[in-house]
Write a protein that binds this ligand. Structure first.
Ligand code: IPE
Ligand code: IPE
Ligand code: MG
Length: 264
């Protein structure tokens, strides 16, 4: 086992033991995560909801770093949905401030690990100071190669599909009969990224909540009751192992001859 992995998943620990079972030839290329349960985590401790969001930032750091070390190509994190504006103003304000100050301004995690930041979601709705930071870090990390970290911010799957349709109509380049899945997907904000092979939802809810509706067509779904602030690298390994135990048939009667890593 490679040294950089041993240091992060030490032998003899839970994560070290789980790591031994991972098949590195069949890693998901892209994992998408619905980071849910921050409010419940805080309520369980008698704390205000925003403390759950603060604690959730630690999980983001750990999971980004663990994913990069494992060798994933892409990690997408659902951080703020197009519906989350319905929350109390105070919570919304604190969420954006946390995102700006702890995740984006602190670009060391991305720079140190050679990670590229990409943002999906309607940019025009993102508060100015956060958007400026996001675009600065996107530009700063544009050439980074190791893994792409996608933040879904002010993101809704239906918005994204509508926006793609609008662009296609406005461009007037593709005649209706020529519009196929590939051409459509090229107009989504995830253009160029592989579809997620694995969708993880923390916090136990059995729903998609308007996340990546197009892209998860054939994703394997793992829902864990673990609340996002409690989600640690060992839970990530457990989800990957569950994914590797699944049989992906893509509509056929048996899996594709060569183990598929999902469609791009
Ligand atoms: C997820 O945690 C974080 C965001 C939606 C930003 P929640 O805040 O939804 O936590 P619960 O679901 O209320 O516990
Ligand atoms: C989904 O969680 C959105 C994010 C994790 C950013 P929500 O807490 O908003 O979803 P619902 O309301 O339970 O469906
Ligand atoms: Mg929630």
């Amino acid at each position: 086992m490679e040294k950089h992995l041993e240091a992060y998943f030490p032998p003899g620990t839970d994560e070290g033991r789980l790591l031994l079972r991972v098949d590195f030839d069949r890693l998901p290329r892209h994992i998408a995560v619905i980071m849910d349960g921050n409010g419940r985590w805080a309520a369980g401790r008698g704390l205000p909801r925003v403390e759950g969001h603060r604690a959730g930032v630690e999980s983001v750091h750990e999971i980004v770093e663990a994913s990069a070390r494992l060798g994933l190509g892409c990690l997408t994190l659902f951080a703020f949905s197009s519906e989350n504006w319905k929350r109390p103003r105070y919570e919304v304000g604190r969420l954006w401030r946390l995102l700006r100050e702890k995740l984006i301004k602190d670009d060391g995690l991305l720079v140190k690990n050679d990670l590229r930041l990409r943002v999906i979601g309607r940019r025009e709705g993102i508060p100015g100071p956060a958007l400026r930071e996001l675009e600065r870090v996107e530009a700063l990390t544009r050439e980074n190669q190791r893994m792409t970290v996608v933040f879904a911010l002010n993101y809704g799957g239906r918005d994204e599909i509508v926006d793609a349709a609008r662009r296609i109509v406005a461009e007037k380049r593709i005649p209706a009969a020529k519009l196929d899945e590939k051409a459509f997907a090229a107009h989504l904000t995830t253009a160029g990224l592989p579809d997620p092979d694995l969708l993880i939802r923390t916090g136990g809810e059995m729903r998609v909540s308007n996340f990546l509706l197009w892209q998860i067509a054939y994703a394997e779904i793992v829902v864990t009751p673990v609340l996002w602030p409690d989600f640690r690298r060992r839970h990530l390994l457990e989800a990957i192992l569950e994914y590797q135990g699944r049989e992906r048939r893509f509509g056929d009667v048996r899996p594709p001859a060569k183990p598929s890593r999902g469609r791009t």
